[in-house]
Design a protein around this ligand. Structure first.
Ligand code: GCO
Ligand code: MG
Length: 407
């Protein structure tokens, strides 16, 4: 079906989301997510000024061909801005194809491999007791896997705390700020010591069988990461995420050689070139690609198939900084792929529901998706336009000497 229009909708139901809308001559419309946290307007410009006109007139059914045209055809390729733009377009095209076929996307991929898929939730405590208490509440709600984070008091500066990035579904903005230059201080040694202490307590309090995940966010240097991954072994995490910078394969190889703690990584990757070696050398256990920064469903299915060969499971990145359109696209992929591991998920709150009608449902700590045709997400465009974009920025970190660290 001929593509007649490609538009973007920037909305802010509590946080900013960039929606891609593709219209075809037949009137069928598809939606995709192109959100890049803190840089939404740059992706919007890329789509509006560059991709939109290029796409008009092409056959929406030829998704693979269009993807290759946009990726290879323009010569310059890769990077989070371009790959988020491609993701928005790709998911919208799949949405159109599904609506046209009258089938949910997982059915077009080859059908379901499971009836539901497992998930985890972020839990943050300002003290150890509060963390344990909050974890217990989530377990009561039905969660069996938790991603924990905590505040570490600075032993050298009273009143200062080191805090890992996390998202409280009720304070969605925690990972973005309104200040352009928000600086935080980080001490990896103090944090590493605290991580070991908190994990020991948590495991003792929650028993053997609750899945535990911790995200280091690349905030350890290799010496500390070796020590931490080894010392965490007795607490058998489901995985330790981003123990070091994502692009340091040699360090990841050493971690894998000397520790049995499973490793997850990949939210910063945009193309297969970023992670091919990590997968085929089996340096990670879970791949954490973000569908909205990796070009959408088309490359994600290929990535999952590649990872399957090496028995690498998926744990796709999906915090609240990508929209329900992306969460739904992931739901279809997760229902289909054999090597699904676990899915990060944040339940949309009342404000987000003003814009998106999501088909993803939580039941007994697991997620399900219905059999609506296409992606299955309703977009309330009027509400989306009313909730106007608010500039927000990611903070950044310095160590005690003032040197920049991974945020
Ligand atoms: C995660 C991530 C996120 C990032 C965020 C940055 O594992 O969920 O690390 O929380 O910090 O996506 O925008
Ligand atoms: Mg992470």
């Amino acid at each position: 079906m001929e593509i007649t229009k490609v538009e973007t909708l920037l909305t802010s139901p509590g946080r900013n989301y960039l929606i891609v809308k593709i219209t075809t001559r037949s009137g069928i419309v598809g939606y995709g997510d192109a959100t890049l946290n803190g840089r939404e307007t740059v992706v919007k410009t890329f789509i509006d000024d560059y991709l939109a006109e290029w796409l008009e007139g092409f056959d929406s059914d030829r998704i693979e061909d269009i993807w290759r045209m946009l990726f290879k055809g323009g010569y310059w390729r890769g990077g989070p801005v371009m790959m988020s733009a491609l993701a928005g377009v790709d998911v919208a095209l799949w949405d159109i194809k599904g609506k046209r076929a009258g089938l949910p996307l997982y059915s077009l991929f080859g059908g379901k491999c499971r009836d539901r898929y497992g998930t985890y939730i972020h839990v943050h405590g300002t003290t150890d007791d509060e963390l344990i208490e909050k974890c217990r509440e989530k377990i009561k709600e039905g969660y069996i896997t938790l991603r924990y984070s905590f505040d570490t008091p600075d032993p050298f500066r009273k009143g200062n705390f080191f805090r890992q990035p996390y998202q409280n579904p009720l304070e969605k903005r925690i990972e973005v700020g309104t200040l352009k230059k928000e600086e935080q201080i980080w001490d990896e040694h103090v944090y590493a010591n605290d991580l070991l202490k908190v994990t020991e307590k948590l495991r003792a309090a929650l028993g053997d069988h609750i899945g535990l995940i911790h995200d280091v966010h690349g905030r350890l240097s290799s010496d500390q990461a070796y020590r931490v991954a080894k010392a965490l072994e007795p607490y058998h995490l489901l995985f330790l995420e981003d123990p070091v910078d994502s692009f340091n394969n040699k360090v990841l190889e050493n971690i894998k050689m000397q520790s049995a703690t499973p490793i997850a990584l990949g939210e910063l990757f945009n193309t297969i070139s970023d992670c091919r070696d990590l997968i085929d050398k089996r340096l990670i256990d879970y791949i954490r690609i973000d569908i909205s920064h990796y070009g959408g469903i088309t490359p994600l299915l290929k990535l999952a198939a590649f990872a399957e060969i090496f028995d690498v499971k998926t744990a796709f990145h999906a915090p609240s900084d990508i929209s329900p359109l992306a969460h739904a696209a992931l739901a279809h992929v997760n229902m289909h792929i054999p090597n699904f591991g676990i899915q990060e998920y944040v339940e949309p709150d009342a404000e987000i529901k003003k814009v998106f009608r999501s088909p993803v449902r939580m039941a007994d700590g697991a997620l399900q998706i219905g059999d609506e045709a296409g992606l299955g997400v309703g977009v309330l465009e009027e509400a989306a336009t009313e909730l106007r974009y608010k500039p927000m920025f990611l903070p950044y970190l310095r160590d005690r000497t003032g040197a920049i660290q991974n945020w």
